[in-house]
Design a protein around this ligand. Structure first.
Ligand code: GCB
Length: 630
């Protein structure tokens, strides 16, 4: 694949283009009901010992229905499955069209994400393994299908949710051997992050085809000069020594506006429509379609592959005090989210996704951070189309133990950044990479760790700024020297000085002055907030009431309003919606810092934020008068 240099995006992996239908590609979605069995054996290894993948899963023992995509945890009434640790087994049989099993076709099995570690078999033959719960993986399976005429295809996926000191996110497994206080063979999973460790096949699973020689990857970098848009592209074709690559660029109406030939080049578009954030332009999220095709004429037949990639033309730049999109100052007024909802857990859900984007737009939010792991590609595409700006975070959350700063952790973290940049590099909405959330950045090894990690990310993608989100002391944080934007989380009058709203103006002002004074880099308040149990009211405001959340927000906003005139470039509320966590004494059926409930009903804080975000949009955006506050 591509060996980049200079200003190019450089990855050492094959491509991971989102599967799209075209005249040369077909898709078969495998969403719906799968057979499922959790391995409750003591060592969780019975499935491997008995080779459950060798024949139908039901032959190994009892199976249940399991929807895909979804987390398995909340689907049944079985508490042992909700808090299960170890291997679970999914299985599904599909019939593959006979036309797919040919010398000219690749058949690819793709898993959008499976948390955390997966092994995949087709008809009993292992086709791939993957580590990491939030990024896609795929394998060619046509050879396996060829050995099995009739088109029957049994897909078995074993998924293990166990987190260790070397996984991302990290965790530890604790075996407790104390018969006086615990049942025999007692095992718990400990983590240092604040969301439930949902597991299963979280995103679509599909089969798709490409020709044997195929467009494997596309990388597009964009800029503009006056009214000319410039797209420099690189296409990698695999399976053909001398591909004839044609690239066309079509506008929203499907009219071809420019074209080029060759595996790399620069396309010029006159009177380019730039990709603008929501509320910054009357026509945000403008996307062109880049049609990439490869063709060859071999003994009288035409072989070709066609792929259409949505692309937005925009630039991103950071100064000492500003974040510029298309050379205009951009102020992040947005949210932190989670992939989280009742019943489905972290499973991709179309109604939920569209509802969330409608809520973002209602709120006047122009941005979100993918706290604390990469979100589904379908969500990223939605952000592209609606002009919602994204800070794209990898699953580096809860890195608190010094043993998670070793070489094994670092090399896995680098590999995850490879996979993340490979997947998301062409999303116009993505304006910054976040390599971690609240790591123990004051520990001695954190300096080398984050220096390496951020340099690596910059070498993968020199076009986007890189950051990580900190809650460390400004004077002792060893990662901050390497970020482009300082992102700080703080919970004044909550975890510190609980109940004392009056400390916020002092402590927040000091926080900003300290960070800016030390680094002279722009700052995003990447989290702030307060829990609300919806419907609780007091006056004067007390913690956990709707009034208290409003007061926390208001106190923060007063300081933001002063500092955004200087170097504060954004504010992201924690959190968009209530979400599930592990059970602890500080959580009332999950984290309640949402401005929406888990069912997406607004709390009082949502209305306050809505007033503010629309006001900010009107003040700082480039909105035409007609598009103002609804
Ligand atoms: C944080 C974490 C986030 C938590 C939040 C909280 O700093 O980044 O994952 O959920 O605080 O509510 O405690």
């Amino acid at each position: 694949s591509m060996k980049g240099s200079g200003g190019a995006i450089s990855l050492h992996l094959d491509g991971m283009l989102f599967p799209r239908e075209s005249s040369s590609r077909e898709i078969k979605e495998l969403n719906g009901l799968w057979n499922f069995r959790a391995d409750h054996s003591l060592n969780r290894n019975l499935g491997f010992e008995q080779a459950w993948y060798k024949s139908r899963l039901a032959e190994s023992g009892p199976v249940i229905d399991m929807p895909v995509p979804a987390s398995y945890n909340d689907i049944t009434q079985d508490p042992r499955l909700r808090d299960f640790i170890g291997w679970v087994w999914y299985e599904r049989e599909v019939l593959v069209p006979s036309g797919w099993v040919s010398e000219e076709t690749r058949v690819v099995l793709r898993v959008g994400s499976a948390h955390y570690y997966s092994v995949v078999w087709v008809n009993g033959i292992k086709v791939m393994e993957h580590e990491g719960g939030h990024l896609p993986f795929e394998a060619e399976i046509v050879e396996v299908l060829r050995n099995n005429p009739g088109g029957a295809c049994r897909i078995t996926i074993a998924v293990n949710n166990t987190l260790t000191l070397q996984t991302l996110p990290p965790g530890t497994i604790q075996h407790i051997d104390d018969p006086t206080r615990y049942p025999a063979d007692y095992v718990v999973q400990n983590t240092n992050f604040d969301f439930f460790n949902y597991a299963g096949l979280h995103r679509p699973v599909m089969l798709y085809t490409t020709p044997k020689a195929y467009v494997d990857d596309i990388t597009v970098l964009t800029t503009f000069a006056d009214n000319i848009g410039l797209l420099s592209y690189q296409v990698s074709v695999l399976g053909s020594p001398n591909p004839t690559v044609t690239v066309t660029l079509s506008d929203k109406d499907g009219c071809c506006v420019a074209s080029s030939t060759g595996p790399s080049g620069v396309i010029k578009v006159t009177d380019a429509n730039l990709w603008w954030p929501y509320l910054m332009h009357e026509n945000p999220g403008y996307l062109y379609s880049m049609g990439v095709s490869w063709a060859a004429f071999i003994v009288g037949s035409v072989y070709e592959d066609v792929y259409a990639l949505p692309v937005g033309i925009r630039t991103v730049q950071v100064t000492n005090t500003q974040f510029l999109i298309n050379n205009k100052p951009f102020y992040f007024h947005g949210v932190n989210k989670h992939e989280d909802a009742d019943i489905r857990g972290k499973g991709l859900d179309w109604p939920l996704m569209v509802k969330d984007f409608n809520l973002l737009k209602w709120l006047g939010a122009n941005s979100f951070r993918t706290s604390h792991y990469p979100y589904a590609e379908e969500i990223m595409q939605m952000a592209d189309r609606h002009g919602i700006v994204v800070i794209d975070e990898c699953p580096g959350v809860g890195i608190k133990d010094i043993r998670s700063f070793g070489n094994a952790s670092l090399s896995h973290h680098l590999a995850v950044m490879d996979e993340l940049v490979r997947r998301d590099k062409n999303h116009a909405s993505v304006v910054m990479w976040s390599v971690a959330n609240e790591p123990a950045a004051e520990m001695p090894p954190a300096g080398f760790y984050f220096k390496t990690l951020m340099a690596h990310t910059k070498s993968l993608d020199p076009t986007r700024p890189v950051t990580f989100i900190t809650d460390s002391n400004f004077a002792r944080d060893k990662g901050a020297p390497y970020v482009d934007v300082i992102c700080v989380n703080s919970y004044f009058s909550w975890y510190h000085d609980p109940g004392h709203l009056e400390v916020i103006p002092f402590q927040l002002n000091t926080q900003f002055e300290n960070w800016y004074g030390k680094y002279q880099k722009p700052i995003i308040q990447s989290e702030y907030g307060a829990d609300v149990v919806p419907g609780l009211h007091t006056d004067p405001p007390m913690m956990f009431t709707e009034e208290y959340q409003k007061m926390v927000l208001q106190n923060y906003h007063d300081v933001f309003d002063r500092k955004r005139k200087e170097y504060v470039i954004g504010e992201l509320i924690w959190n968009f919606a209530d979400f599930m966590t592990a059970q602890t004494v500080t959580r009332v059926v999950g984290n309640k810092k949402g401005i929406f409930s888990r069912q997406r009903h607004p709390k009082a804080g949502a209305f306050l934020l809505r007033e503010r975000y629309w006001r900010l949009a009107n003040e700082t955006g480039l909105l035409p008068v007609g598009a103002r506050y609804p």
